[in-house]
Design a protein around this ligand. Structure first.
Ligand code: PSV
Ligand code: MN
Length: 403
């Protein structure tokens, strides 16, 4: 019996509908970040990568290639102004011709000099107005490219105790976001991302999920929280945050990556695959409540081959999702009701320790794909081709400056 046939038999014996699991895996959508294909680094060094994308057209082409290999990445998030072009409709058409579409539009108010004392929290109304106009521009871009998601993250914060009033800044932020919300077309939602430190080191104006959630409540139902896995202090139970936000109907989406120390932007699932599984376990357990969650990757690769890093990220997410889908939920419910603490835990571990690779290979084959996307990438010669065509460019060293 093949690996897949015996796994399918085992799962069926536990009462798991394997065809349904496969259908869910085929329907999974993971959004790729345009900036993950460009040269990016740390504040210490950016290594120029041969073939790294130099503009949004090349980023879309690379993302489309990842979609071609994996079949589950039909959209690409863009970041403004990094990905700015003169003709947005032409860009959207180019994306479609490549086989992808443009997803979340990310604002950027964290690089220009004017934002030294804050962007949306800045005490100067003229600076806040410039930031507001940037948000309007991003909404207009989203409408032109057919995107329904505005993705917001702010570097606003302070570096020293006593530097500024938390509350005064918060009031300015809320008033600002209410204006943005009012300008948002009905068809769009806004995702509010939190981060507990960096670039500010003493306090961040939106430091955690609770603060982001409280702001969302002051806006409306189309304001939702974005959970970036790298944006929590050590030991924080992210799956509990996910479950709570899902229960409140305010989980907008994810920025997948993995961290060991800080906001490391390592490949999702490479440091803590168990955490990733537990997050997906909550998503699967939530059922319909998770149907509109946006699954986006937010990674900046420093020493890794960029396309391979992205393919690996997608695989790691698929593995976590597949394991969550095969949790024996009936058995889990029974053990929980009986206060069988370790029995319940073992139900989860049983799924986590299952090798789901044959299941995923089968799913890919049924989708007309190569069963191993990394092997397919290596055989394709795509990375060599773009390296030859594009050469080694310094463009996009670190993050390109914003205007
Ligand atoms: C900030 O660290 C962040 O996670 C936000 O999502 C930004 O948009 C992105 O990284 C920039 O790389
Ligand atoms: Mn992020």
């Amino acid at each position: 019996m093949t690996g897949y046939a015996s796994l399918a038999e085992q799962l069926t014996a536990k009462g798991i509908d394997v065809e349904l699991v496969k259908a869910k895996l085929k329907a999974q959508h993971i959004e790729l970040p345009s900036w993950g294909f460009a040269n990016t680094g740390t504040r210490f060094k950016t290594y120029a990568w041969p073939g790294a994308a130099r503009n949004i057209y090349e980023k879309l082409a690379d993302a489309a290639f990842v979609h071609k290999l994996t079949g589950v990445c039909p959209s690409v998030a863009i970041h403004i102004p990094w990905d700015k072009v003169d003709d947005w409709r032409a860009l959207a058409e180019y994306a479609h011709a490549q086989g992808v579409r443009i997803g979340a539009v990310n604002t950027n108010t964290f690089q220009a000099d004017r934002y030294k004392w804050g962007s949306i929290t800045n005490a100067d109304p003229a600076i806040r107005q410039v930031a507001f106009e940037h948000h309007l521009e991003c909404i207009a871009i989203a409408q032109q490219v057919g995107s329904t998601t505005l993705s917001l993250w702010y570097g606003d914060g302070t570096n020293y105790a006593g530097q500024e009033s938390f509350v005064a800044r918060r009031h300015r932020m809320i008033e600002f976001l209410q204006r943005v919300y009012a300008a948002l077309p009905e068809s769009m939602r806004m995702l509010i991302e939190y981060k507990f430190y960096e670039p500010a080191f003493y306090h961040t104006d939106l430091a955690d999920w609770g603060q982001a959630y409280a702001v969302c409540l002051k806006l409306g139902p189309r304001a939702q929280v974005l959970v970036d896995l790298g944006h929590h202090a050590h030991g924080v139970n992210i799956e509990h945050i996910v479950a709570t936000l899902l229960d409140e109907g305010r989980l907008g989406g994810f920025h997948f990556n993995n961290r060991k120390y800080g906001d490391d932007d390592l490949i999702v699932g490479t440091i803590n695959p168990f955490e990733l599984f537990l997050i997906f376990n909550e998503l699967v357990a939530a059922g319909e409540a998770a149907k509109d969650v946006a699954y986006m990757i937010d990674q900046c690769h420093v020493i890794e081959p960029k396309i391979e890093a992205m393919v690996q990220s997608v695989i790691n997410i698929q593995v976590a999702y597949a394991k969550a889908l095969i949790v024996d939920r009936a058995a889990l419910g029974t053990r929980q009701a009986e206060h069988d603490v370790l029995g319940a835990h073992r139900v989860l571990m049983d799924a986590f320790e299952t090798d789901v690779r044959p299941l995923l290979a089968q799913v890919r084959q049924e989708m007309g794909l190569h069963p191993d996307p990394i092997a397919a990438l290596r055989q394709s010669g795509y990375e060599q081709k773009i390296a030859a065509e594009r050469g080694v460019s310094q463009v996009g060293g670190g993050f390109p400056e914003a205007d």
